[in-house]
Design a binder for this molecule. Structure first.
Ligand code: SF4
Length: 124
């Protein structure tokens, strides 16, 4: 029988890309029923993705005095999905002057988190 309240998600941990159906167990608060996975890593991923989905954010920032006008950057670790638009607002405020080395922290403690924005290449 289909669980109509289940959330459909794809596990992205390996190329099999299992299609998961995830729903809360009504009789066990905080516990999830996960169908469609083929391994326990998939179950862990389902819990993370259901309860606190995160993404590594990649973007670019303005930079002057360098051969290219934009410097590629990314978050130092995955950011909660709900913060992505605010994070982009912060990234869009940045204007650098080169040169910059790969790995340089461009924004420390983004939005009060322990996540930084770092340069993903050297420029200038
Ligand atoms: S559930 Fe396991 S087998 Fe399926 S995609 Fe995820 S990691 Fe791969």
């Amino acid at each position: 029988m289909n669980d109509t309240s289940a959330k459909e998600m794809i596990c992205i941990l390996c190329p099999l890309g299992c299609k998961m159906q995830v729903s809360e167990k009504p009789d066990q608060p905080g516990e999830l029923k996960v169908r469609g996975i083929q391994c326990k890593e998939g179950k862990k991923y389902a819990y993370e993705e259901y309860k606190n989905p995160t993404r590594t954010l990649t973007s670019t920032v303005a930079i002057h005095n360098t051969p290219l006008p934009r410097l590629p950057v990314k978050t130092s670790k995955p950011l909660p999905k709900g913060l992505i638009y605010e994070a982009m607002d912060e990234i869009n405020k940045v204007e650098l002057t080169g040169p910059v080395k790969v790995g340089t922290v461009i924004i420390k403690g983004l939005l009060g988190t322990d996540i930084d924005i770092v340069a993903t290449r050297s420029l200038g």
